[in-house]
Design a protein around this ligand. Sequence first.
Ligand code: PMP
Length: 293
Amino acid sequence: MTVYLNGEFMPIEQAKVPVLDRGFIFGDGAYEVIPVYSRRPFRLREHLERLNASLSAIRIDNPCSHARWTELIGKIIDSNPWDDQGVYLQVTRGVAPRNHLFPKGLTATIFIMSDPLVTPTRALIESGAPAVVLQDFRWLRCDIKSVSLLGNCLLRTLAADQGAIEAILVRDGFLTEASASNVFIVSNAVVLAPPKSNLILPGITYDVVLEILRANGIAHEVRPVTEAELRSADEVWCTSASKEVLAITTLDGKPVGHGAAAGKPGPAFARIHRLYQQFKATFMRAPDAHGQP
Ligand code: PMP
């Protein structure tokens, strides 16, 4: 695998970072994961804008222009063998003697790698996935895509301990998001999504799903969702670059939904899943139609 580190492309085995890098010492940095379909980065402008927002929130000057990021990401895609990839990029504040205070004038560390994009299998799409509901004990700036992911990693592992693929999180009685995805529910034929705030990551897939709902006249509301609404929902979905839209069919071991449909992906999921795949197919034919740079 070819990666990019601070100005050079190299095999991943050769990529090394000094131990005093603030990413290593403090988790002091931000990242992005950009899905690539047929060698075309999906929603690149939106991902780079979110990176900009994360970096400015933690007072790191973006080390690259939009054009430079586009060039570097393009080179990483070209230098790896897979048509569909997940490009991971991270920027840390750089290397400095250990001190909590943000030092000024450091040279940011820039790292980019790519993996084959792994999306849900047909079997998982058809069965849906188990999740658990956990208290969201992360910090209050979950809108920053920070590399400090210890809370998310612990929550994801607590979910895995119970055989679940995701931890769906609630804070003060309201749904926030999941450990590595955003969450939508369907209640009485209306799709509900928690609004963007400091408590959730503004997911790129979340935006795409809302666009698709709007474009197809599917009833939806962006408003706070209570834990009770989550637990009694007809359908629950998780969204992320790699999960795309995935049905959650059990919560804490109990089937999601009611009657004969309980514990199975519901009709609204079938529709949004099909529309999402169509949206991707359109993008692959004409990436510029989606506002790419
Ligand atoms: N929330 C969290 C906590 C995440 O880690 C992710 C995935 N990066 C998401 C939401 C979904 O974001 P996206 O749709 O941009 O992948």
